[in-house]
Design a binder for this molecule. Sequence first.
Ligand SMILES: Cc1cc2nc3c(=O)[nH]c(=O)nc-3n(C[C@H](O)[C@H](O)[C@H](O)COP(=O)(O)O)c2cc1C
Length: 230
Amino acid sequence: MAHLLHIDSSARPGRSGSDAHGSHTRRLSHHFVQRWLAQHPADTVAYRDVGLTPPAPVTGAWIHSAFTPVDAREDWMRDTLAESDALVAELIAADVIVIGAPMYNFGMPAQLKAYIDNIVRVGLTFGFDRNRSAEPYWPMLTDKPRQVVVLTARGGYSYDGELAHLNHVEPALRAPLNYLGLSDFHSAAIEYDEFGDARLAASISRAEQQVDALVEKLGGTVEARIEVAA
Ligand SMILES: Cc1cc2nc3c(=O)[nH]c(=O)nc-3n(C[C@H](O)[C@H](O)[C@H](O)COP(=O)(O)O)c2cc1C
């Protein structure tokens, strides 16, 4: 049985195709999870809506707390880290992490960046020891392979082609997640949102087909790994 972590980060509450002015990334992430559950009904899903309920951004108190050894932490430090601890526990539990990630000003929404800043935790998701000169930093989420699926949407187009150098969504997610040990990365994108014409419709249809193909591919991989591990 696999466990999915489904994260949405669009500031738009509804889903395109179902709700007026709805979000394309919510549409794609929901599509992925519904299709996955149709094929693997015993699997479980945790849902985290950082778009509508963003984690608190990292503060000076958070940094002080996170870099204080666990045994030396005071109550206020444990309180400060409580939300981050919960987000890390959710991530550790997951076999598949599905992230709806719109492009805002060439990067991810601030809400999603706040989530990333909360899950990159010394001693929990990455190790750091300045005395290990060959490898002072190391990933800690290596107990099992985790599949990361980034489902993005943008108003313009060609961000996979001639504007690829301006696309800081997938690369800015891949780098920190890879740093934690999550190296199996997959993505699909809707483009042309701002044009609302036949090119948008074609892009939605193509992205949904890509999502279906990802569910097929990853479903087999994840279930096979879990059977071997059992
Ligand atoms: C604040 C903001 C910034 C945006 N910046 C960009 C951008 O840099 N490039 C782009 O192609 N589209 C941009 N867009 C358009 C969104 O990427 C597009 O509407 C996308 O569908 C949003 O995802 P969603 O449908 O899940 O909400 C922006 C939209 C918003 C609201």
